[in-house]
Design a protein around this ligand. Structure first.
Ligand code: MN
Length: 169
């Protein structure tokens, strides 16, 4: 078991057919992943739809670049945030139960968060969760600046997603 403090946390801003943010948490040696269409919000209690997507390998954690046209997820990928995370208790059990409380130690996102699985309808093809900031010192109010607008650039290279798409250094 790795030290809980060393578990990887990442967010990749992904300008695919539709812009979204891939929220990733290391669990059991892989990056559990959710596509958050509107991106995470620091406003306490503001719920952001997070659709569960395929696990990614840890070697993908710091990927930034362009996925070639014709390939799955074609478009620019920017490393929007990185750091570590700490689950409350056993993360695999919490995910199986559909409710995960955790602390983020990122560059942009910190403090307490929750992921809650929604009940799937009979025709649901995707598993939907809600990503929500908990009330704490790192939370913002509804009138505060949006972290997505305030800090849009890569934590790795300082580039915008447009610059990544253009292949600029
Ligand atoms: Mn994606």
């Amino acid at each position: 078991m790795p030290d809980a403090a060393s578990l990887a946390y990442r967010v990749q801003k992904h300008a695919a057919r539709r812009l979204h943010y891939d929220f990733r948490l290391e669990v059991g040696g892989v990056l559990k992943s959710w596509a958050v269409t509107k991106g995470p919000s620091l406003v306490a209690g503001e719920r952001r739809l997070a659709v569960a997507v395929a696990d990614h390998g840890l070697d993908y954690a710091d990927f930034e670049g362009v996925i070639a046209p014709g390939r799955y997820g074609a478009g620019a990928v920017l490393l929007w945030d990185r750091g570590t995370w700490e689950p409350d208790g056993d993360p695999a059990a919490a995910l199986a139960a559909g409710s995960l409380a955790f602390t983020l130690h990122g560059v942009k996102l910190t403090g307490r968060w929750r992921l809650m699985r929604l009940k799937a309808g009979p025709r649901a093809r995707q598993t939907a969760w809600l990503l929500v900031k908990s009330r704490d010192g790192a939370a913002r109010g509804p009138g505060d600046p949006d972290i997505l607008d305030e800090l849009p650039r890569s934590v790795l290279t300082g580039r915008t997603v447009e610059q990544v798409a253009a292949g600029a250094a």
